[in-house]
Design a protein around this ligand. Structure first.
Ligand SMILES: [Zn+2]
Length: 240
């Protein structure tokens, strides 16, 4: 493997948030905070019972607001500050732990818990407060058209033009805490590899797309990722 990279892209999934105490989206029992995923993360679920979906995300917002970034998030900040190359993040997580850790260039492909989007005019608004079926859009002033800015099943991912550009450009692709089963994110490694990137995954257990990575580092990312970052910075400084 190389030691100096010009463009590093880090894909993060539920595993990195789980180490900060936030429940993973796809737990083994198919529930998300005791709700069926179909009820709270699908367009059909939202159309059927928007009040329930709003309540769910309003509660999750409180949980996210309390959560603190862990050593893996903070190591990304260090990498961005001290590594002589570009470091970007594509995350499947809807929480804001990357931002809380001071990470820059974060692309939320599944949306963000602290945003709502108006289904009437498309305006995205940032809010940590409650959003419900009576919330008025600050842009078009229509009531009851706000949806959590979370990508539901069957909806297109966000920021994909930017992420695809980063995938083509990166020379190191790192995956942290992703299961490798949720497409299209599970296919990112393949694209990065096709364009010549080295690929590494930090994971607790063997992932579904394991064979696409050059290197696997097993364990909690909060323990395994910071020493990897230190080593990467050390090597780059030696070669500078
Ligand atoms: Zn609107």
């Amino acid at each position: 493997m190389n030691s100096t990279y010009k463009n590093i892209l880090i894909l993060t999934g539920a595993g990195i948030s789980a180490e900060s105490g936030l429940s993973t989206f796809r737990s083994s029992n198919g529930l998300w905070n005791n709700h069926r995923v179909e009820d709270v993360a699908s367009i059909e679920g939202f159309e059927c019972n928007p009040a329930l979906v709003h309540d769910f995300y309003n509660e999750l917002k409180i949980e996210v607001a309390k959560a603190k970034p862990n050593a893996a998030h903070l190591a990304i900040t260090k990498l961005q500050q001290e590594y002589p190359g570009q470091v970007s993040i594509a995350t499947q997580n809807v929480d804001t732990l990357h931002e809380k850790a001071g990470n820059q260039n974060v692309y939320h492909i599944h949306g963000q818990i602290n945003q709502a989007v108006c289904l009437n005019c498309g305006q995205v608004m940032e809010t940590w407060g409650d959003v419900d079926t009576e919330t008025t859009c600050p842009h078009c002033h229509i009531m009851g058209m706000m949806k959590p800015n979370i990508v539901f099943f069957g909806e297109n991912l966000l920021c994909m033009d930017k992420v695809e550009e980063l995938l083509r450009r990166c020379d190191l692709f790192i995956s942290i805490g992703t299961s490798g089963v949720v497409y299209p994110a599970a296919g990112f490694v393949q694209t990065a590899k096709y364009y010549g990137a080295d690929t590494i995954e930090f994971t607790l257990e063997t992932t579904a797309n394991n064979f696409l990575f050059d290197k696997h580092i097993y364990g909690k990312a909060g323990e395994t990722f910071p020493p990897f970052v230190d080593e990467l910075i050390k090597k780059a400084k030696k070669e500078a």
